[in-house]
Design a protein around this ligand. Structure first.
Ligand code: BYC
Length: 315
């Protein structure tokens, strides 16, 4: 086949809403965009373990500790499925790690904020995982097969994560005055960063248009942000907590909530590496990579030995 007919075959699959698989021909930019997004997504899962890992030793009881531990382990699993999906596009795990550590590949802005109270475990689960689900459920139908399939299991687990966070918030919001205050303080700090997770406004998003055409993205950043606001307002009302946005109000005409503008300067500043925890997060990841070197070497040496033994037996 000529490149032209490869392109036609790809376009035809796109038109028919069929999945592109690892063995299929795909345009270079489609491959690059997927590697960028999936690697960023995988890194977010792994870096996302850090703010919550911070509270495992300080969870208020055994039940909470076991749940938090399981949640953080799930995130490691999500990272692994996603790294595997990205590898199927021809980038190695080592390359992705190198690009995370050098700052060439990003991870979600949200994980550059500190978790300073137990209530943050509630708010992260409720809002951060809530925003993640809103963004990720449509990715179960993204056009690249290995990414879409990885997302199915991830979304099931994320929905449990969201509920465990909401349950922490519910407990605190119905607890003592002090606990309710902690929950409110946490909502105040995580609300705007959660809205930023969906990415810049559509008008300032360089990738949305093309990614929508390729069906990598099924909805735009602003569409998903609006959906998140619409469902979360009701959840806050049940908690008896106040969303820190004076412009938030129901709009009868649109059938949606109007809401204020996130501080996009803060967002871009974080993307440049200047958020409250950027340096700390990357330092921890680099250290983990260096200290895990011997484990990777030992595992490779072991698998090499097994292969040699098998070959000898077969000979
Ligand atoms: N943070 O044109 P745009 C989780 C960048 S993990 C940092 O809209 P796109 C969890 C963007 O990369 C959640 N950077 O881009 C884990 C681009 O920069 P480059 C992670 C961001 O790709 C543990 C530039 O801004 N979820 O849930 O079309 C515990 C322009 O943006 C962010 C995913 O990764 C951001 N928030 O759309 C708990 C989902 N937003 O690369 C929870 C998959 C934008 O040109 N990813 N940028 O230098 C996506 O759906 C899309 O990549 C995004 C951005 C909607 C995030």
């Amino acid at each position: 086949m000529t490149v032209h007919s490869f392109q036609e075959h790809f376009d035809e699959k796109m038109d028919k809403d069929q999945a592109i698989e690892a063995k299929d021909w795909m345009p270079d930019d489609y491959r690059k965009t997927l590697i960028r997004q999936i690697a960023q997504h995988a890194h977010s899962e792994i870096v996302g373990m850090l703010p919550e890992g911070n509270w495992i030793t300080r969870a208020p009881n055994l039940r909470r500790k076991a749940i938090l531990l399981a949640k953080v382990q799930d995130e490691a699993g999500h990272g692994l499925y996603l790294y595997s999906a990205a590898e199927s596009l021809g980038i190695s795990r080592d390359d992705m790690m190198e690009q995370l550590h050098s700052g060439k590949q990003k991870y979600s802005s949200i994980f550059n904020y500190p978790t300073i109270s137990w209530a943050d475990m509630g708010a992260v689960g409720w809002l951060v995982d809530g925003a993640a689900i809103m963004n990720q459920v449509p990715l179960c139908r993204t056009s690249y097969g290995p990414y879409a399939r990885a997302m199915v299991r991830i979304c099931k687990e994320e929905s449990f994560h969201q509920r465990q966070g909401y349950e922490i918030m519910l407990t605190l919001a119905n607890g003592t005055e002090m606990q309710k205050k902690m929950a409110q303080d946490s909502l105040n700090r995580w609300w705007w960063p959660s809205l930023m997770m969906f990415g810049p406004p559509d008008a300032d998003s360089p990738h949305t248009e093309q990614s929508m055409r390729w069906r990598i993205k099924r909805f735009t950043n602003d569409e998903l942000r609006q959906r998140f606001v619409d469902v979360t307002v009701e959840q806050a009302r049940i908690l008896g907590l106040t969303i820190p946005d004076k412009d938030l109000k129901w709009n009868e005409a649109t059938g949606h909530y109007d809401f204020g503008t996130p501080d996009w300067n803060e967002f871009y500043n974080i993307l440049k590496g200047n958020g409250p925890c950027n340096k700390e997060r990357l330092d921890v990841r680099r250290k983990a990579w260096e200290e895990g070197q011997w484990v990777r070497e030992a595992a490779l040496a072991y698998s090499d030995k097994r292969r040699q033994r098998k070959e000898k037996k077969a000979a």
